[in-house]
Design a protein around this ligand. Sequence first.
Ligand SMILES: C[S@@+](CC[C@H](N)C(=O)[O-])C[C@H]1O[C@@H](n2cnc3c(N)ncnc32)[C@H](O)[C@@H]1O
Length: 265
Amino acid sequence: MTSDATWAGSMPAVYDDCLGPVLFEPFAHELATRAAALRPARVLEVAAGTGVVTRQLRAALPEAAIVATDLNAGMAAEGARRVPDVEWRTADAADLGVPDASVDLVVCSFGAMFFPDRPAAYAEAARALAPGGRLLFTVWDVVDRSTFTAAVVAALAEVLPEQTPQFIERVPHGYADPAVVTTDVVAGGLAVERFDTVVLPAEAPSARSLAEGFCLGTPLRFALELHGPLDELTDAVAARLTERLGEGPLSGELGAHVVTARAAD
Ligand SMILES: C[S@@+](CC[C@H](N)C(=O)[O-])C[C@H]1O[C@@H](n2cnc3c(N)ncnc32)[C@H](O)[C@@H]1O
């Protein structure tokens, strides 16, 4: 059984190799810098994936106790392999399994878009936070603000013009409205302290690795598998992406919202 939030089998490794450094590392640095400025002693990371942000948090907060969690056991296992010097657990964002008021900072990098009930996940973060603690998180802006991802969407439309998978626009880039995000955070019992729309530069080694990352290392693969052999469709997306962007190395931009929310004192 798969869903829009499933990462299983080879997906975590492909995600980390092909997409981690390109799409997630730039904002990982941004989040770790903001986390360090808050000087938390106890940090809980939600939807930590393969540990792209976790690694940066560990480096930025060498004294802090850090627990990293993810819904998918395969992601958490890959994270534990790549960032072994924090504690890893499998947990749903809506049921984190930590005591009330037990952490100073909850961090979530590009996870909220996948949560079926975002106010419930924010309420769970609020429950875990000590009075005055912070939730620091990122969500993608609309897809046109991210060069490489927008090109993948265009390539997919050329490869499957009749039944173009909408996963990218609907899920990772489908939670981009600042008003909606703010309303959900407040519904979860937190106050939005800072909401920044940020554009960062990004580099990708090749169009081919981007196509492989999206087609094989994200839940887009389940939508593609409905339309034909995955390897052939990946090759076709890679070819169209190369026509659009060149073989690489490639330069582009990433657009996202970076949000700090505060628990009540
Ligand atoms: C795009 S990845 C981001 C991973 C990581 N934070 C990063 O920046 O590389 C989204 C992550 O959300 C996780 N996820 C999806 N639904 C979740 C849920 N309900 N609770 C916790 N994690 C979830 C997925 O397993 C995946 O690791």
